[in-house]
Design a protein around this ligand. Structure first.
Ligand code: MV4
Length: 450
């Protein structure tokens, strides 16, 4: 097994990885910016190296500093966590060239899936259902208008380098396609340095359901069931759950098989996620493939009783997976606790946590790096904890979540706890009638202030 792993990340995920390494008898190296000198990941790792100033671009994203830290500490692998360098093909390649195992996807897999139009073509060729639309990139405005006429309005224009909604436009007529053709390309060029666009039929009020997969170096791929991430605000997930309240045994089998096909098509190594859009008639379509461990991996771990970080490390070392597909047992829900003010457009609320008390008891899991007296720096993302409840049924998991949210004390900063408390009471949420449009339609400010 690996002797020592460097963790190129911070916050709760750095701690999460350190914990599994300790259980596996693997030594750990933390890297940190000057703003994170007092962080728990620095204290809990066996060694720690300061890699630069607070700005991510000068620390957690600075490839030469991270490689240098790996070399001076004699680390034989790097775990990138999520965000930062986790889906950076260049970094994966540089690790490879320096004889350091990157615990994540191969450079060509990251690159292939990072270009969305290319990823869609790969999946379509492999027999994974995709949304009707342009065959590859749009060549001109006339081409865009022609495709729109063929598939019929509404359509959606997407940036091939996009994801997360940037450079994406829904259009209901020729006029909107004309406007989008220039504005979306401009936005994509500014954001990604790439203005390639493709077009699809617009799926009305879809659900976002993703399938967790694992693939090994021997070419075996299995699926670890689904997560429903339909509760999102401006493409930021707020709540995730598994199983999906919309899932049926038959649909899980079909989506699981499609996800395995997707993994096999790129000879996927490691754990990954295949995201699908699911329409009201339970037609499902490939959307994107994520080649990293995700924030919401926790809920899958709870319902299949399986440490996904351990699996990543084993696969990276060359150990074959069992190849068994998993069905969820029970129900798990995760609420993302962010240091944000839900009454003020979810504006970040960094600063000192003056009081802190965590909920506990049966069926509660909290993944966090914060504690009483911790100062949340303003430089990084605002997620400060993941609160996960596990129970036999969805109803019980929701009840447990309400109980846990009520016990959670975080003072000194604004958090999303009150938002989640209101959400858990919403009849539509309780009935599982959630699509990606749910948060747009719910006037949560009114409920938060009453
Ligand atoms: C769509 C769609 C409807 N129809 N594609 C949003 C982010 C990007 N990954 C893809 N997205 C969407 N693509 C078609 N053909 C609706 C969305 C979408 C969405 C998808 C998943 C979760 C939340 C969403 C919120 C708004 C729009």
């Amino acid at each position: 097994m690996f002797n020592k792993i460097l963790i190129a990340n911070r916050g709760e995920i750095a701690l999460r990885i350190i914990r599994t390494c300790r259980e596996m008898g693997i030594k750990t190296v933390a890297v940190y910016s000057k703003a994170d000198a007092d962080s728990l990941h620095v204290r809990f790792a066996d060694e720690a190296v300061c890699i630069g100033p607070a700005a991510s671009s000068e620390s957690y994203l600075k490839i030469p500093s991270i490689i240098a830290a790996a070399e001076i500490t004699n680390s034989d692998a790097i775990h990138p966590g999520y965000g930062f360098l986790s889906e950076n093909a260049k970094f994966s390649k540089i690790c490879q060239e320096n004889g350091i195992k990157f615990i994540g996807a191969l450079p060509e897999q990251i690159e292939g899936m990072g270009d969305k139009s290319n990823a869609k073509k790969t999946m379509n060729d492999a027999g994974v259902p995709t949304i009707p639309g342009s065959a590859g990139l749009l060549k001109s405005l006339d081409d865009a208008l022609k495709v729109a006429k063929e598939i019929g309005y509404p359509v959606i224009m997407k940036a091939t380098a996009g994801g997360g909604g940037k450079g994406m436009r829904m259009c209901i007529n020729d006029e909107e396609v004309k406007t989008a053709w220039s504005s979306a390309r401009k936005e994509a060029l500014a954001a990604f340095g790439n203005d390639g666009m493709y077009m699809e039929k617009f799926i009305v009020e879809p659900r976002h359901i993703e399938i967790q997969i694992a693939g090994d170096q021997q070419g075996k791929v299995c699926h670890l069931s689904e997560r429903d991430c339909s509760v999102q605000r401006r493409h930021q997930k707020l709540v995730e759950e598994t199983p999906s309240p919309f899932m049926t045994k038959e649909l899980r089998k079909k989506m699981g098989e499609a996800a395995i096909k997707a993994g096999k098509a790129v000879r996927y190594e490691g754990v990954g996620t295949v995201e699908f859009l699911v329409d009201k008639d339970r037609n499902f379509y490939f959307m994107e493939m994520n080649t990293r461990i995700q924030v919401e991996h926790t809920i899958t771990e709870e319902v299949i009783n399986y440490d996904l970080i351990k699996e990543q490390i084993k696969i990276a070392f060359g150990i074959p997976i069992s190849g068994k597909n998993y069905e969820p047992i029970g129900h798990a829900i995760q609420c993302r606790i962010n240091a944000e003010d839900p009454l003020n457009d979810f504006r970040p609320s960094p600063g000192k946590i003056t009081e802190y008390h965590e909920p506990g008891g049966h069926g509660i899991r909290i993944d966090t790096h914060v504690y009483a007296g911790y100062v949340i720096p303003p430089f990084y993302d605002s997620m400060i904890a993941k609160l996960i409840t596990v129970a036999q049924t969805r109803e019980e998991a929701i009840t447990k979540m309400e109980r846990a949210l009520g016990e959670y004390i975080i003072e000194g900063v604004k958090t999303t706890i009150p938002f989640h408390q209101q959400l858990m009471k919403q009849p539509k949420f309780r009935d599982g009638k959630i699509t990606t449009k749910f948060l747009e339609e719910w006037d949560f400010k009114k409920d938060l202030m009453s």
